[in-house]
Design a protein around this ligand. Sequence first.
Ligand code: BTN
Length: 248
Amino acid sequence: MIDELASIGSPHRHYSSTDSTNERARTLAIAGASSGTVVTATEQSAGRGRYGRSWEAPPGKALLYSAILRPPAAEHPLLSLLAALTTAEAIESAAAVRCEIKWPNDVWIEERKVAGILIESRPSQWAVVGIGINVSVEPEEFPEDLRWPAISVKRGASVQQLRLALNSTLTEWLRAPHSGALVAYRSRDALSGREVEWTRSEASAALAGTAAGIDDAGNLTLRGPDGILTVSSGEVQLRAAQSEASKG
Ligand code: BTN
């Protein structure tokens, strides 16, 4: 695994403008690009978010980053959590801020979303880890419905600095023992002990419970009226009374 991960960020392909760095990375992966290839862009016209949402950022003010991984890295069982941990640490290396993680992989500063992650994969062939970090987006530049819960890193951090930090932190965490990654992730768990609502899919009703930590497989556990529930997918929000960030 070490050799596969020796050089995340090389080669690096940058687009001044593209549809989606995840889409470019996917195309490159299908064409045979090597593990560790990174695609970035100054601007995206069709940035993709989770659950089919779009991801928007003004040109040059966000890091738009997609890394291609191949097995074994692409099949790391905690990849989704590692991507968030990596992002949190990269941000903290570039700016004097504290980052927490809302399971599975939204990165928060002061309970506002500073970064989002979208992993797309073709099992046993490749995974694309797409990371968007709001670096210097002004409050009025966020899309209307996200204005309150979104935040930028600011504090002099640059897009380039964050890209280089992501390359090295992602490499390190992919090589690290799973137990260490879980300890580090749990120390940033923004939901722990808090009242949340979990929705399995857009069509299903929300279930309420108290977030009770992350299990060894990276699942979220919830304590509800019927006992402990293990959540491996779907969307979790803080209950509205606890934080306005539950909108995001
Ligand atoms: C989310 O919904 O929170 C995930 C957002 C992921 C956005 C990033 S920006 C770089 C990469 N390219 C994309 O099209 N999406 C991801």
